[in-house]
Design a protein around this ligand. Structure first.
Ligand code: CP
Length: 322
């Protein structure tokens, strides 16, 4: 048993890319404790204001962050771009300086622009505020807490990710989930296979340690788990990325027939929201090989651990499971 007690200043979580494998293991170990031993959950954030600042819509991430903060005793304040002074033209920089002046403990931000959480952190630091910034998804850049809850879910079924094969299939070009998962899975030793239309699977991800496989059946037949990704129609501009929806589903979708080709213990993940009948068949999404609901459940625990870490709560990383 090893017990690690780290003390540091409040810390931002801007992406998985800058975390070490040890950082990731510590967050996952703490999330497991918070999930499985409710007696370990204390109001360690009592009186701490936690702001959720969402410039893009969300169901899972926003609710689970607010639930996580409340379980830790924090007070939560939700701001949507549509009901804030952003509609009057206020910049993210000025929004950050304004919120920082009210001295929150943590600001959780979702934004369509890659790098927005970093800019917010710099704005807050510019007024001498030590609040932590947590990235809840920035454009197609990163969605670190999604990757953490996905890893928690994978490790509930697989003892280790070392040497395991994880497939990520779909609209990878627009996916911050794919990028954060790729960073995390590689850091924990997994092999990552990417599949989808050529127009939606950028070769630029190969230098990050992924392998692109053009025939998704080759991924499905070998992967320990497959993550199906939503086609992000709202981020697409210009000519269609594929000939038709039916063509997409036939070639890249996880149909019931295709799912039957998975190895016996393999399972299906999806970060949500799902385009049922496009990238995943409803029968598969709700079937016995799907862990989608489990992913959502794990989101609360993973985000509790992230908030404890952000606030430098004593002993957040203590664990015998590192
Ligand atoms: N997976 C995810 O980020 O879902 P939401 O957009 O509902 O938060």
């Amino acid at each position: 048993m090893s017990t690690v007690l780290l003390r540091r200043a409040n810390q931002h979580l801007l992406g998985i890319e800058t975390l070490s494998a040890l950082d990731i293991r510590q967050i996952l170990a703490r999330a497991r404790i918070l999930r499985d031993a409710p007696e370990q959950v204390h109001g360690v954030m009592a009186g701490v204001p936690v702001i959720t600042l969402f410039y893009e819509s969300s169901t899972r991430t926003r609710v689970s962050f607010e639930m996580a903060a409340q379980k830790l005793g924090a007070s939560t304040i939700s701001i949507s771009a549509s009901s804030s002074s952003v509609t009057k033209g206020e910049s993210l920089w000025d929004t950050g300086r304004t919120l920082a002046s009210m001295d929150p403990g943590v600001i959780i931000i979702r934004h369509s622009s890659p790098g927005a959480p970093q800019l917010l952190a710099e704005a807050m630091e510019s007024v001498g505020n030590g609040a932590a910034v947590v990235n809840a998804g920035d454009g197609a850049h990163e969605h670190p807490t999604q990757a953490l809850l996905d890893a928690l879910t994978l490790l509930d079924r697989l003892d280790s990710l070392e040497g395991r094969t994880i497939g990520i299939i779909g609209d990878i070009a627009h996916s911050r989930v794919a990028r954060s998962n790729l960073f995390l899975l590689r850091k924990l030793g997994a092999r990552v296979l990417l599949g989808g239309p050529r127009s939606l699977v950028p070769k630029t991800l190969e230098p990050l340690g992924a392998r692109i496989v053009r025939d998704v059946d080759e991924i499905i037949e070998v992967a320990d788990a497959v993550m199906m990704l939503r086609v992000q129609f709202e981020r697409m501009q210009g000519p269609p990325a594929f000939p038709s929806l039916s063509d997409y589903t036939r070639t890249y979708g996880l149909t019931a027939a295709r799912a039957r080709r998975m190895p016996p213990q393999a399972f299906v993940m999806h970060p949500g929201p799902m385009n049922r009948g496009i990238e995943i068949d409803p029968e598969v999404a709700d079937g016995p090989t799907s862990v989608v609901a489990h992913q959502v459940r794990n989101g609360v625990a993973a985000r509790m651990a992230v908030l404890e870490r952000a606030m430098d709560v004593d002993g957040w990383s203590s664990s015998k499971d590192l």
